[in-house]
Design a protein around this ligand. Structure first.
Ligand code: ATP
Ligand code: MG
Length: 715
């Protein structure tokens, strides 16, 4: 021990230091938002490397998003004054993917397996459900996908489904579909996201020799956002930590916001049981937010019954109270926030320090448009992403089939795109054959052709397409992967299809295809690129660009901004109707934690908005201010009384809305999709409710109503 402390230690308080310096044995850091958990975790990593307690490759760090992993890596480099090579960093999914590729054969896969996203998953399930003659009205594929995900989150394999689980969904039919789905995945040499973790667990459980190799490799485990691990992730961690027991988890039960995805806050509570003698460190000093923000957030979260409870304090000043403001409708909300952003910009606040955090994906569009109008640069995190656009998916499908001939879902996507005279009936036919033979579709196609079971134009065209793919695979040995991609898009007629398309968005799509080739250039190989695609969930953002961030509350976990805008605090939007309908009080508490996460992202100033009217499925609904507004203590908020309850533009708002068309309908529906990282909120509006049938969750108008009335009375 040198007498001079390294910088990464001097910056910490005593409790944090304790967590950093206790290297041997299990450590749990359990503390509220902004208390420096992530900072301590990063310092611990730096400390292990700095003291040469272990080599970088002996340390495994698990973060919740790829972005968080990158940030942690940067922070370690800063702490140590140099970048560190060989560290194992990533999300559960990316780490499991890496491990699984090394041992794919042991779980019945080939190392080049494809990772399916939700879209593929649902398409595959649709086919299975149809082929089995099951009524897809009663068994919608999307719902089935959700069910399978839930089982996987609980680490339940298809052959081990307890009868209680099966019967929960119409006499085990769900279980049957699950099994068929897994069989099919194996034939396609594909996995879904849940499998990445599940198959890892299976691998470790069935191959103790492999597990013991990882035991000796990963001598130190670090886990951030531990409150949001699900059962499968928890089991995986426990398997890995079994031997060394050097596991350090940090989390906050009040920030558990992924219950709908199977996260079990109970994992935190079980930690000390699983790892006897664990050191539990609690942090209470908040270094992030002002006194007002902290007090308001603490009071709000105190409304939850199911929590451990903790005190938070700050040595900093009180700052300004949270600004709460009522507006007429969503466009006014966007205008007002846009104006505020501009005024902050004039005060030299960096745009990077400003975030707009929404409850559901559909809400971002209004703000995007406003930012565009004002010429303010912005980034969307967790919204519809580049790699999810149709033309990008098509192009990727071509590349996937080249890389992996058995990738049926990719093959089916482009078999007749652009149109090449291969009709639905022919596709159906080879499909049936593939199922009969227990093979992939491309194998079945060859079989069908050789056995003459397919004839005429369809045959000629299928043979031509298969020949094309063979040729492209051959070219992949000589051409660079970017040249190959361009060749494929040209020769397949795909680029031409968009060139001939007169639709106004066609040029944009061609630009996207070019951008795709650019993106590929950053990787060494097609396989490397496709693996990356399978895992990226976040916009690949070049650091340093000054932009306003627009994202969902879920995606904002762990981040901080000087100014945080929180729009849409209305009953039904936030708390979301769906979570109230589906999970009652449990859902409400999770929504409240989400509100707590939102407020505590702010360092200087938080702004809460609610609108009097919102259009849902093209239908205008009167809104009631969120009960969470009522729950904010009066002494820590400032109501925008000058504007009146519903803003100043009542009449103009009315005129505007009657002229609008109903684009919203699509937005609402599409916002229901979860993306691969699950960072977008799955928001499905069950039913448009008027104020009068809200009584199913609380008093007639919701608690927020009282405050609204006070406001109306000119308080
Ligand atoms: P969250 O629960 O939101 O993930 P957290 O507990 O992980 O929060 P951090 O992000 O690590 O908190 O830290 C919050 C802020 O406080 C950061 O800006 C960090 O640099 C700062 N901070 C943390 N610890 C200290 C400290 N001992 N002294 C000064 N600043 C600190
Ligand atoms: Mg953190």
């Amino acid at each position: 021990e040198s007498s001079q402390e390294p910088l990464y230690l001097t910056e910490l308080n005593e409790a944090q230091k304790e967590a950093v310096l206790t290297l041997e044995g299990p450590v749990l850091m359990l503390a509220g938002a902004g208390t420096g958990k992530t900072k301590a975790l990063t310092s611990r990593l730096a400390h292990i490397v700095h003291t040469r307690t272990a080599a970088p490759w002996n340390i495994l760090s698990v973060t919740f998003t790829n972005k968080a992993a990158r940030e942690m890596q940067d922070r370690v480099a800063v702490a140590l004054g140099q970048s560190v090579e060989g560290l194992w960093f990533g999300t559960f999914h990316s780490i499991c993917n890496k491990i699984l590729r090394r041992h794919a054969e042991l779980v019945g896969l080939q190392p080049n397996f494809t990772i399916l996203d939700t879209d593929d998953q649902i398409r595959l399930l649709k086919q299975l459900i149809k082929a089995e003659g099951i009524d897809d009205k009663k068994w919608p594929a999307r719902q089935m996908a959700g069910l399978i995900d839930r089982w996987k989150n609980k680490a339940i394999m298809a052959d081990k489904l307890p009868s209680s689980e099966g019967s929960a969904f119409a006499n085990g039919l769900g279980g049957k579909i699950y099994s068929l789905y897994q069989e099919r995945l194996k034939i396609l040499n594909a996995v879904d996201f849940g499998d990445l973790i599940l198959l890892n667990i299976h691998l470790f459980q069935t191959h103790p020799d492999i597990l013991s190799r990882y035991h000796s490799q990963f001598r130190y485990l670090l886990v951030d956002e531990y409150q949001d691990t699900n059962v499968a992730q928890y089991l995986w961690l426990r398997l890995l930590a079994q031997k060394s027991k050097n596991i350090c988890c940090v989390g906050d039960d009040d920030q558990s916001i992924y219950g709908w995805r199977g996260a079990e806050v109970g994992n935190i509570l079980r930690f000390s049981e699983d790892f006897p003698g664990a050191k539990v460190v609690r942090l209470e000093q908040n270094y992030r937010s002002t006194g007002h923000i902290l007090a308001a957030a603490s009071k709000l979260i105190a409304g939850n019954e199911n929590r451990l409870g903790k005190t938070l304090w700050t040595a900093g000043g009180d700052g300004d109270p949270i600004k709460v403001r009522g507006v007429w409708d969503a466009p006014e909300e966007a205008r007002t926030i846009g104006d505020e952003v501009e005024s902050l910009q004039r005060k030299h606040v960096a745009l990077n320090e400003i975030a707009i955090l929404v409850r559901a994906g559909f809400q971002t569009r209004e703000f995007e448009e406003r930012m565009l109008t004002l010429g303010l640069p912005y980034r969307i995190i967790g919204g519809p992403r580049f790699y999810e656009r149709a033309e990008i998916r098509d192009a990727l499908a071509y590349l996937r089939v080249v890389a992996q001939p058995d990738d049926d879902l990719a093959f089916e996507r482009i078999v007749n795109t652009p149109k090449r005279g291969i009709g639905q009936t022919s596709v159906q036919k080879v499909h049936e054959m593939a199922r009969e033979l227990g093979t992939s579709v491309s194998y079945a196609v060859r079989h069908a052709v050789s056995k003459d079971r397919i004839r005429g134009k369809a045959k000629t065209n299928l043979v031509r397409l298969m020949d094309d793919f063979d040729r492209w695979r051959g070219l992949s040995r000589t051409l660079s992967h970017t040249d190959l991609a361009e060749t494929i898009l040209d020769e397949s007629g795909y680029t031409e299809m968009w060139q001939n398309d007169k639709a106004p968005d066609a040029p944009g799509r061609l630009e996207n295809l070019k951008e795709l080739i650019n993106a590929m250039g950053e990787f060494d190989s097609l396989a490397g690129f496709l693996e990356h695609i399978g895992l990226v969930m976040e916009n690949d953002e070049r650091a340093g660009e000054d932009k306003v961030t627009i994202m969902t509350l879920h995606a904002s976990k762990g981040l901080e901004f000087e100014h945080v805008f929180l729009p849409g605090w209305e009953e039904g939007v936030f708390p979301s109707q769906r979570s109230l309908d589906e999970t009652g009080l449990k859902g409400l508490e999770e929504e409240r934690r989400l509100a707590y996460v939102g407020i505590t992202r702010a360092r200087e100033q938080a702004y809460v908005f609610y609108a009097a009217n919102r259009q849902i499925f093209g239908q205008w609904t009167n809104c009631v201010p969120s009960r969470f507004i009522e729950e904010l203590p009066e002494e820590h908020i400032e109501l925008d009384a000058a504007q009146g309850l519903y803003g100043s533009k009542q009449s103009s708002g009315y005129e505007a809305y009657s002229q609008r068309n109903s684009w919203q309908e699509d937005d609402w529906q599409s916002s229901g999709a979860t993306n691969r990282s699950g960072e977008t909120t799955p928001y499905v509006w069950g039913q448009t409710k008027s104020k009068d049938n809200r009584s199913d969750y609380g008093d007639k108008f919701g608690p927020g109503w009282k405050r609204a009335q006070k406001l109306n009375e000119g308080k």
